[in-house]
Design a protein around this ligand. Structure first.
Ligand code: PRT
Ligand code: ZN
Length: 211
């Protein structure tokens, strides 16, 4: 019996994910040159994937559990259970406009064009607020869109805000606060659930020790 975990291969969640396992006493070699690896001292196998693919792998029970940002999880809307918020990878998904624009509330966006890598979450926000706006999906360099005339506003991830600032944008409304979470397949067998319970016990102890 082995518990398979999906972890980001490289990027903002990778190091903290590996460190969390390490703090739990589980040694996983980092996956920069490998796509999967077996832990030394816990029946755990790690798969290193793009974060965007992690919800699907877990929904399909190819990976039993995974670590992914809530932003990606909610955008993808896959059928998995959130087991625990992990306290790292914190950021927010926010609307930003050019720094001289006068944004009072979301009605500003009526009829405008919004560039984002998060079309579903943006659409939900617009629907809830009864705004008709055009969503322009792009996969990277979203912050550039207003200055090159591609969009009037962006909906993008922010942590320090310096990327927005450097691109002449200002954050005007947060639509989602996000952090990394541990997710679980809905199809775990009892043996895997028992391993997850052991892992979770350790994760909670680690979190407690840090507070
Ligand atoms: O290759 P792969 O698809 O796995 O990685 P990726 O490039 O899609 O994601 P990556 O590694 O950039 O981010 C992984 C996850 O980290 C995200 O899905 C979030 O859950 C979380 N996270 C936390 C962030 C940030 N903070 C963050 N600041 N993801 C992206 N950013 C971006 C932000 O959009 C801005 O462009 O980082 C830039 C710098 O942010 P500022 O505000 O500090 O300037
Ligand atoms: Zn990604």
């Amino acid at each position: 019996m082995v518990l398979k975990i999906a972890i980001q291969k490289s990027g903002r969640l990778h190091d903290d994910s590996i460190q969390l396992l390490k703090d739990c006493g589980i040694a996983v070699k980092n996956g920069h040159n490998q796509l999967k690896t077996v832990a030394d001292n816990f029946p755990l196998e790690a798969y290193f994937l793009r974060d965007d693919d992690i919800p699907q792998y877990v929904e399909d029970n190819v990976a039993h559990i995974g670590i992914v940002g809530e932003n990606v999880l909610f955008e993808k809307n896959k059928s998995v259970d959130v087991v625990e918020q992990l306290g790292f990878g914190k950021c927010r998904l926010s609307i930003a406009v050019q720094k001289n624009d006068q944004y009072s509330d979301s009605s500003y966006l009526q009829g405008k064009k919004i560039a984002t890598s998060y079309p579903e979450l943006t659409r939900q926000f617009l629907n809830v607020n009864n705004i008709q706006a055009e969503i322009h999906e792009i996969s990277g360099s979203v912050e550039l869109a207003p200055s090159i005339g591609l969009a009037d506003a962006v909906c993008d991830l922010v942590s320090s805000g310096s990327t927005l600032f450097m691109n002449g944008l200002k954050e005007v409304q947060t639509i989602l606060k996000s952090q990394a979470v541990l997710v679980r397949s809905k199809e775990l067998e009892s043996g895997q659930q028992a391993l997850l319970d052991q892992l979770l016990f350790r994760i909670r102890a680690v979190k407690k020790a840090k507070n």
